[in-house]
Ligand binder design. Structure first.
Ligand code: AN0
Ligand code: CP
Length: 319
């Protein structure tokens, strides 16, 4: 594998899940692969799970790891070509990227949608510059439009917990005080479609996602109706995608919060969320603490998805 930014990079999903479940039984089985190889993890945004699970995955594979928080201690980076740099950015991404590539073998990048320009966000302007100028295999640790390490972990988790061949999986919007990117729901939809589950999406009017991720997926505006018969409830907030409201919070309607009453509509569904989650906005204390909540095993699987991805990228170095 030469890069990992979308579901298409992972190939056959059945084979990827099988590999993940094998690695989960012996996560140090490929410790030799990363000897004398260096991973650089670059964060433009905060992280708990991605930072820890990806570093742990790299250590499982015997790699050395360098972590850089661009906003803490590094030079502030200009990202626009052609800008007269007389402002507060002393360095340009166009030098910083190839320099960073000199010190590592693989680069992971976290760079959220900025909500300043839909075109820049949805063309993955920042991530694609790393792919173009670093000279190294690049993987996404949540970019502007997708969070594939999360979606892969979600898929592994559903495969572990499902009791039906083709479970009903419901992605539901839930309220949140601030504008959040669409990367997690976009990516989740992309992976759920590829997995061919009985997948539906529910959200208030105005929260439609980019159709490249949702084409063919039933969109149900009545949350109660969508939840009926669900085997998995995947809650997430996102800001509006459609123009003219791109990046805006249109609703904080707490009747969309996932509560015990909402879960009672389902077929005893498991509750999932990528975390971090705001309690009693997205989900009630009772639901997230219930025995049907699998948010912790879901987060634990981030180490497994990252180990598979880094293993394949390391193998790709010699192809
Ligand atoms: C981020 C998001 O919604 O994309 C990261 C989630 C993994 N969440 C927040 O910024 C709170
Ligand atoms: N789920 C996830 O990616 O969490 P972090 O933002 O803490 O990395």
């Amino acid at each position: 594998m030469k890069q990992f930014t979308t579901v298409n990079d992972i190939g056959d999903l059945g084979a990827a899940v099988a590999e993940a479940l094998t690695i989960k039984k012996d996560r140090f089985a490929y410790k030799h692969l990363g000897t004398d190889k260096t991973l650089l993890m670059l964060f433009f945004n905060s992280s708990l799970r991605t930072r820890l699970s990806t570093q742990k995955a790299a250590m499982n594979l015997g790699m050395n790891v360098i972590v850089l928080d661009v906003n803490q201690g590094a030079w502030k980076l200009e990202t626009e070509r052609g800008v007269i740099m007389d402002g507060d950015c002393p360095e340009h991404l166009l030098e910083a990227i190839p320099v960073m590539g000199c010190y590592c073998d693989i680069i992971g990048v976290r760079s959220f949608a900025r909500f300043e320009s839909k075109e820049d966000d949805y063309s993955e302007k920042i991530l694609n510059q790393f792919i173009k100028y670093s000279g190294r295999p690049v993987f996404s640790m949540e970019a502007a439009t997708r969070h594939p390490l999360q979606s892969f972990a979600d898929l592994i988790t559903i495969e572990e917990y499902k009791t039906k061949e083709r479970p009903k999986v419901v992605l539901t919007w839930a309220p949140h005080p601030r504008a959040l990117p669409q990367a997690v729901p976009n990516s989740f939809a992309e992976w759920m479609r590829a997995a061919d589950y009985d997948f539906v999406i529910t959200h208030p009017h105005g929260y439609e996602l980019d159709e490249q991720f949702t084409a063919g997926v039933p969109i149900i505006y009545d949350q109660d109706e969508a939840l009926r018969g669900a085997d998995f409830v995947y809650a997430k907030n996102w800001a509006a995608y459609a123009d003219p409201n791109y990046g805006k919070v249109l609703s904080k309607d707490r009747s969309w919060t996932i509560t015990t009453e909402k879960m009672a509509l389902t077929d005893n569904a498991y509750f999932m969320h990528c975390l971090p989650v705001r309690r009693n906005m997205i989900v009630s204390d009772d639901v997230i603490e219930s025995d049907r909540s699998i948010v912790i095993p879901e987060a634990a699987n981030r180490e497994i998805s990252a180990t598979v991805v880094l293993k394949r990228l390391l193998e790709g170095l010699n192809e």
